[in-house]
Design a protein around this ligand. Structure first.
Ligand SMILES: [Zn+2]
Length: 99
């Protein structure tokens, strides 16, 4: 749960913690459009699947499963990039404000 100022971790701290505790290294995904598998390249095991299958054959289309797997596989690197940008912008803002 996200705390408000002064009571518990901020949303950003929670994101940083989730990023730190995940399976480390680069993740990749299968583009077949069926399995939706996402795996750790270094650890060589599956970390997630963006595919759902049920008897009604509902859920995302083939393209949707590929897009979801791609999103999951790139999430750690994308989050790390964005958190780096946030830190840089905070630093610039602090300098401008003379802190
Ligand atoms: Zn596949």
């Amino acid at each position: 749960m996200t705390g408000v100022s002064g009571d518990g971790p901020t949303r950003e701290q929670e994101i940083r913690q989730r990023l730190a505790y995940r399976t480390q290294g680069e993740w990749s995904y299968c583009g077949c459009g069926h399995c939706g598998l996402v795996w750790s390249i270094e650890a060589d095991f599956i970390v997630a699947s963006a595919s759902i299958a049920d008897k009604y054959d509902s859920g995302p289309t083939k393209e949707g499963r590929i897009a979801n797997a791609e999103f999951i596989a790139n999430a750690p690197a994308d989050l790390a990039y964005l958190l780096g940008e946030v830190a840089q912008l905070r630093e610039q803002l602090a300098k401008q404000e003379g802190r």
